[in-house]
Design a protein around this ligand. Sequence first.
Ligand code: NAI
Ligand code: MG
Length: 360
Amino acid sequence: MSTYRIAVIPGDGIGKEVVPASLEALEATAARFGLRLELTGFGFASAEYWQRHGTMLPDDWEATLRGFDAILFGAVGWPAVVPDHISLWGSLLRFRRTFDQYVNLRPCRLMPGVRSPLAGRAPGDIDFLVVRENTEGEYSSVGGRIFEGTERETVLQETVMTRVGVDRVLRYAYELADRRPKRHLTSATKSNGIAISMPYWDERVAAMGESFPGVRVDRFHIDALAAEFVLHPDRFDVVVASNLFGDILSDLGPACTGTLGIAPSANINPDRTAPSLFEPVHGSAPDIAGRGIANPIGQIWCASMMLEHLGHPAAAAHLLGAVEDVLALGPGEAPLTPDLHGTGTTAELGHAVAERVRER
Ligand code: NAI
Ligand code: MG
């Protein structure tokens, strides 16, 4: 029996509701597939921890978390107590950087029973993955201001693309596309306007493509690509993008597939030199926190992505299939949460998915 050590960090707000609600379905899946999970909960990366200690993380957080096989994370942020830049930079962004989670992966799939804001789209029409570079690119701290407050006030911020950084995220995207039936990769660029770094990105896309002759590649300028996501989301399979472009696409993609409450994401270290982190796209939702009505599906889908990363695709597919089955029942038959037009609670929906995991 394989044993995995999982760090479970609920964080703030609805993170503390959706994380517990996801665990029953995760554990039911593990039991079904003969996997042993050792779950260890941590209270840091939260406003409560910050109030008590004045920091978001304990000094030894890195040594503590490094020993785990994966991190299941809820959401961090409670602006009434801690400013958002402190909570985010003091926790999640430190995990991503220190653990070199250089791929941010977001599935965009229209699920049964969920209405797309795009007219005329049915489940199956939208099913693609956005691969975002997560460590360099446009989000660099290289730059500065000079002549502040004068007429010559000057501000510079540089994009940083390294061959190592670009190639590793492209390799991940190509490998992913190569494993999928459509074997289609789309690259986001803007080499007509950003005339130094983006032609370099394009060059590396072409160079990496030589190792993946079975993958069909196309590229779109980011502006046209954003429009294409809305007009023809059915044309995509795997989409790879730099940090900034990927940030935008990885919100736009899930937005095209319905509620924020079901969208998952993974921060992955593909080289497995440190644990990867799985977190829903949504935040701590202070407006509904404490009422037991948050949708736990995004968190459960994260658990499925985690199983996939741990090398158990059948278990991952089984769990996601249970989610699809429950969503397909609709608000009349399943305890769907209010964002899905039902009257169910977080715990009830989590339980319904777990039951379905055991039955199917
Ligand atoms: P949010 O995602 O928390 O909420 C946006 C809206 O979506 C709210 O109306 C909320 O009620 C709704 N919503 C979100 N998740 C839901 C769910 N599972 N079920 C039903 N409805 C759901 O974004 P917001 O309000 O901008 O940020 C709140 C806090 O969360 C801030 O402190 C922010 O910094 C933090 N945040 C943290 C993230 C993370 O941990 N990765 C990501 C985004 C925001
Ligand atoms: Mg974003």
